[in-house]
Write a protein that binds this ligand. Structure first.
Ligand SMILES: Cc1cc2nc3c(=O)[nH]c(=O)nc-3n(C[C@H](O)[C@H](O)[C@H](O)COP(=O)(O)OP(=O)(O)OC[C@H]3O[C@@H](n4cnc5c(N)ncnc54)[C@H](O)[C@@H]3O)c2cc1C
Length: 427
């Protein structure tokens, strides 16, 4: 096991949070992990550091699971894969592809850890694609006393235990749904006007398996429409011709003036799912690394009203936005998911890295989206107060009660959970 002390724990990926934990431990086995947790008064799991706040931190010990065995094992009968708690999606995807299997969806980048992504309700896009968390079949959790327990889909506590913000224990292993490998095409189109988005939103988001709209919010045109379609689906032009878009003549980065090496192949050439679903290639730094991110989810029927409100609220802050993205996420049943029981539209912002200004802008967006009961992405920057979180997340109090039952001493507690979870939860 390797140990680091506070002076060298470093920051999150975005550099806007310096970890304040007493130490960082890297256990080499699940048994070592259990010993660390059993011996700690406060402990939390560190994933791949891609969340944008103090969500991951602790005043106790951080455990980095990248030293655990990867343990990637497909069960072809059950259509699942077992995977160690420190594995990143990019590595899992390569192993699955080699064996002829695939995941139904991925986020915009493959660099994130599976356990960390699942803990915050991370998602990709697609009218029929649920969050990545919804593909979890089971979790092996190390509880506050170091014991290992399995929570499976169908168990009473399962729906509360997947998007769990690290509050219920350290996930040592997960089991995920898999599908046979598939080929996708990725095409980028331009010329999409906001009036077409308002008029034809269903046609646009339904034009492919996974669709993203990128905008800089300073124009009457949405800057880019990224459409990922199954290789055997009809040509895209038929589907989106009605909204007046044209194929981009060259590869595009969604950020202005940034070299295109980091983005996955465009231009409609079919390729394996893992090389088309993420926007960014595994071997490159995603995005530009000098940024903060926020995202809010609203119910699909509210999408058009929310788009207007969101654009209006952001008008004074356009200079702070590097790029914004609109995606769709199918409903799931996970208590703290952004898409809990509602098909959703996500409004994402990649901001400049100016946190005070970003937090001011967040408050403006949250006020504008409040009529739509917008839920913030747990892993990104938000200002939503606890009372509003209770209003928009109908199971937040149930989650707090589950946490009291599983971790009454708050061994996995931290300042973030103190801010967001309702106080005085009863078991
Ligand atoms: C460039 C970039 C692009 C992004 N793109 C997307 C996107 O397309 N879609 C989207 O929804 N989000 C996106 N995100 C947000 C990101 O997916 C989430 O913040 C995610 O939680 C990051 O996981 P992590 O392991 O890197 O983060 P960490 O900060 O390391 O961990 C996040 C949370 O998971 C917990 N955790 C980690 N490992 C474990 C474990 N083994 N057991 C229990 N709890 C654990 C941590 O304690 C913490 O609470 C993006 C972020 C970045 C930086």
């Amino acid at each position: 096991m390797t140990t680091s002390t506070t002076s060298d724990l470093g920051t999150n990926w975005a550099g806007n949070h310096t970890y304040a934990a007493r130490a960082l431990l890297t256990p080499g086995s699940v048994e070592e992990l259990q010993e660390v947790v059993a011996g700690a008064d406060r402990v939390r799991a560190l994933g791949s550091r891609h969340s944008f706040s103090d969500l991951t931190d602790t005043d106790g010990v951080l455990v980095d699971l990248s030293g655990l065995p990867r343990d990637i094992e497909v069960d072809e009968g059950a259509l699942t894969v077992r995977v160690g708690g420190g594995v990143r999606y990019g590595d899992l995807a390569v192993a699955l592809e080699r064996a002829g299997w695939a995941l139904a969806n991925l986020a915009s980048l493959p660099h994130i850890s599976v356990a960390g992504a699942v803990a915050t309700g991370t998602h990709g896009s697609g009218d029929r694609n649920q969050s990545l968390s919804a593909s979890v079949v089971s979790l092996d959790l190390v509880g506050p006393d170091g014991s290992l327990r399995t929570v499976r889909r169908g168990d009473d506590d399962f729906a509360g235990s997947v998007v769990a913000l690290g509050a219920l224990g350290v996930v040592a292993r997960l089991e995920l749904d898999v599908v046979p490998t598939y080929l996708l095409r990725q095409e980028v189109r331009t010329g999409l006007r906001w009036e077409a988005v308002e008029r034809d939103l269903d046609a646009i988001t339904g034009a492919g398996y996974s669709v993203s709209m990128f905008t800089h919010l300073d124009d009457e045109e949405v800057a880019q429409l990224w459409v990922k379609t199954h290789a055997d689906a009809p040509p895209l032009a038929d589907a989106v011709g009605l909204v007046g878009t044209v194929a981009a003549p060259q590869t595009r980065h969604m950020l202005r003036g940034v070299a295109v090496d980091a983005v996955t192949a465009q231009g409609g050439e079919p390729g394996p799912w893992l090389d088309r679903l993420p926007h960014f290639r595994m071997e490159h730094t995603p995005s530009n690394g000098e940024e903060l991110q926020s995202e809010w989810f609203v119910g699909r029927p509210d999408a058009v009203g929310a788009i207007r409100a969101w654009r209006g609220a952001l008008a004074p802050y356009v200079g702070l936005v590097q790029v914004a993205e609109i995606r769709t996420i199918a409903a799931d049943d996970l208590w703290l998911s952004g898409a809990y029981r509602r098909d959703s539209v996500g409004f994402h912002m990649t901001w400049l890295r100016d946190e005070p200004a970003v937090r001011t802008a967040c408050r403006a967006v949250e006020a504008a989206l409040a009529p739509y009961a917008a839920r913030p992405h747990w892993g990104k920057v938000f200002e939503t107060p606890r009372e509003e979180l209770v209003r928009v997340h109908p199971r937040l109090s149930d989650f707090a009660a589950l946490r009291e039952r599983v971790d009454p001493e708050h061994v996995f507690g931290n300042a973030f959970l103190d801010r967001v979870l309702p106080e005085g939860a009863e078991v």
